[in-house]
Ligand binder design. Structure first.
Ligand code: FES
Length: 144
């Protein structure tokens, strides 16, 4: 297992959208919900001019894997994150385990990564980015 955290940011005047592709479970909620902002075939794929910032934040908050997050520029990023007292694990139908809360993941080489929010872990066994879900469960029509 090799953990490669990546993070990309997209900014407007007031908001910063953060995308962590390694967490994405390809629910398609973003580009189906706000196609003028989340343009899957464009580069960059996030166009913060496509809607007002409040609407972008609302859509980002619907991301089930939390691969997308957003914070207001006039706030510290950490302040916009909700912290829970307990870690909650949710089994998504035909998809990954969604771990909600702060966790520490270690690989076989001793590399560790702290996840502060929601993390989608592969449950189908077919992800190319284990232990994280990469959406392959959709391609293999995983049931469970
Ligand atoms: S559960 Fe999503 S790739 Fe395995």
């Amino acid at each position: 297992m090799k953990i490669k955290p990546t993070k990309r940011t997209y900014e407007s005047d007031d908001i910063v959208v953060v995308w962590q592709p390694s967490l994405c479970m390809h629910s398609e909620k973003c580009w189906r919900g706000l196609p003028d902002v989340f343009q899957r075939d464009a580069k960059p794929w996030v166009n913060t001019d496509g809607a007002d910032d409040k609407r972008i934040k609302e859509q980002v908050d619907m991301c089930p894997s939390r691969a997308l997050s957003a914070y207001w520029k006039n706030q510290e990023a950490e302040n916009s994150f909700e912290h829970a007292d307990i870690t909650h694990i949710e089994v998504s139908k035909n998809g990954p385990l969604i771990v909600k809360g702060k966790i520490k993941i270690s690989d076989s080489e001793g590399n560790t990564e702290i996840k502060e929010r929601n993390t989608a872990l592969c449950r189908c066994g077919a992800s190319n980015n284990k232990p994280f879900c990469d959406g392959t469960h959709n391609k293999i029509d995983f049931k469970g």
